[in-house]
Each structure stands twice: as C-alpha cells, then as structure tokens.
Design a protein around this ligand. Sequence first.
Ligand SMILES: Nc1ncnc2c1ncn2[C@@H]1O[C@H](COP(=O)(O)OP(=O)(O)OP(=O)(O)O)[C@@H](O)[C@H]1O
Ligand code: NI
Length: 333
Amino acid sequence: MTTAAEQSGLLVRGLTTTFDTARGTAIAAADIDLDVAPGEVVGLVGESGSGKSVTLRSIMRLVREPGKVRGRVEWNGRDLIGMPAEDLRRLRGSEIAMIFQEPMTALNPVLPVGLQIDENLKAHTDLGRKARQARAIELMTIVGIPSPETRLKEYPHQFSGGMRQRAMIAIALACSPKLLLADEPTTALDVTIQDQILKLLLDLRDRLQMSVVLVTHDLGVVAQTCDRMAVMYAGRIVETGTVPEVFATPHHPYTRGLLGSVPNADAPRTLLRSIDGTPPNLTDLPAGCAFHPRCAFATDLCRRERPPLETFGPGRAAACFHHQQVARAEALV
Ligand SMILES: Nc1ncnc2c1ncn2[C@@H]1O[C@H](COP(=O)(O)OP(=O)(O)OP(=O)(O)O)[C@@H](O)[C@H]1O
Ligand code: NI
C-alpha cells in the first residue's frame, strides 16, 4: 500500500484513453504506467500518432468527448481523475502547468501577454499588483524576451513564433509549478532558443524540484535533458529506463529502430529515425504484438500474443518476448 505521505510526485497507473469513432474504438493510450519523482525529468518519445499528447492530456483530464479516460493518476497522493473539476482547475496553472504543442492554442489572442501572466499570478499567488508586475518582467527576462516592459503590453499576434513559445512558457511557469507537462516545448524553434528554454526548464527543475514529463521527437533533447525515458508505440509504453541505459542497450526492437543501429547520445540534435513500415491503425491493431508486422525479431508467438511490459532490471522494462535477444543482437543495418 502506498500512502499519500510516501508517494510524492506523479503516479500514473493503467491510464487508458479511448475514442469512439465511425471506424471503431481507437485505443490512443493503453494501460500507461508512469512515475515521475520530484525533480525528475522523464522523456516520452515515439512516432507521430503513438499517443504521447493524448497521454499528457489524459493526465491533466483535458481529453474531450468522445474521448474516455480510465485509470489512476495521482499527484502527491491526490487523485486527479476523481477530484472535483473545480479543485483540478485550481491545481492547473498553480502546482501543475502544461506547455502545449501549439502556442497559439494556449494563448488568449485578445489579452496582452503581460495580462495573461498577471492573471495566473493573481489566481495562484498572494502577490500585490506591483509585485506581480515585477514578477512578470522577471519571468519574461528568464525566458529571454527582450524589452519585457514594452512586450508585456503586446498581444500574442505581435510576437514571432519563437517569442510566442517563450511567452507561453512564461505564462505556464508564472506560478512556479511543481509538475510540468511539456508537449514538444521547443519544436520549431531554432537551436539556440531551444537550448535556452531547455536550460530554463532544468534550472526550474533544480530550483523548484519540479517534476517534468517532456514529449519530444529529438533524441538530443532527451539525452541532454531527461533522466529517464519511456518509449511509446501504438498507444502503449514499450520500453522504459534511464536515458543512458536505453541509449546504450535498447531492449525493444522499436526503440532500437528509433535510436538507429549506432545510438549516439553525444550528437547534439539527432531526430528519431523513421523506421520502415507504417504505424498500425488504432481501431484495428494487429493481433499479438502491435509492432510485429514491422519487426525483424518477430516469431509466431509475437503474432499470437501481446507481450506484457516486463521488468528486467531496476526501472528497466520492455514489452517484447525477445528483449534479451534484441539487447544482445548485433546492429541490423
Ligand atoms: N479527438 C480524437 N478523436 C479520435 N481519435 C483521436 C482524437 N485525439 C487523438 N486521437 C487518436 O489518438 C492517436 C494519438 O494521438 P496523439 O496526438 O497522442 O499522438 P502523438 O504521439 O502526440 O503524435 P505527434 O508526435 O504527431 O504529436 C492519434 O493517432 C489519433 O488517432
Ligand atoms: Ni503530440
């Protein structure tokens, strides 16, 4: 039994999100287990459509109809799934913040950026007007927006893409969150800005003991930023482990494919490799292991039965019947 006192950080168990569509039920996130300790950064990777954003949105209870979410999500021992909507709203934007993939969807187009920061500060802190303004300027400075005094008065459309992303991050971080769910926070930004923002995240992680779930396509970002990683395929986590361990010895053929035959954690910007074949249709998954049609290691067993996520070391797990063989195998290409 875990008690609230023992369990600090984020705990996700059996999180499953389905969408009823005309073509059947799509299982976008299936039986997700995830732990993020205070001060820990966990990377979530996988190809487009593997369920990364749905997982983040499900944790925050931001999935809309026709989506259905089941499972357990606890933050510092508090149940986020069962909690009254009003309590959850209070947690969002105070203890918990989210950075979305597309900044425009998170920014209010009719309010100046400074006012949006101010509203968050007003809602979630006891700061007076002067102190809030000082804090807003400080946040704009931290995320690297020049002339913050002037820019606070401007609207989102007056910001360039990169500045908008920074503004969204300033708004998200306006309340010193303890948990940050970041969905590709630096995608589409140039490398210098990416590095600054990632540095800021790590800085806040250190200062606030903030827990972070970071969705990214960029292995360089994972290598530089994350402590642990979880690899998703067709809505499921298929491998987890510390970043050095997964990079050095991937145990799932899909992870192996993503990392490439010679994973190089030192390469500053290495995008996930695209692997042969296409991801399965979520309303009509292959029998057995969803990855088997694309897998060089597949056997009859894989075509028949779905491999469970098997723990094989501290914090290490893989959903593959042949993971020991995969880990030992020579490079395929
Ligand atoms: N509102 C919805 N209705 C039906 N299906 C949905 C809905 N939202 C998401 N899905 C399904 O969930 C799957 C996972 O989507 P998700 O956005 O989580 O992928 P992702 O891993 O974040 O991909 P990307 O890297 O492109 O952002 C999609 O393939 C889609 O089929
Ligand atoms: Ni996404």
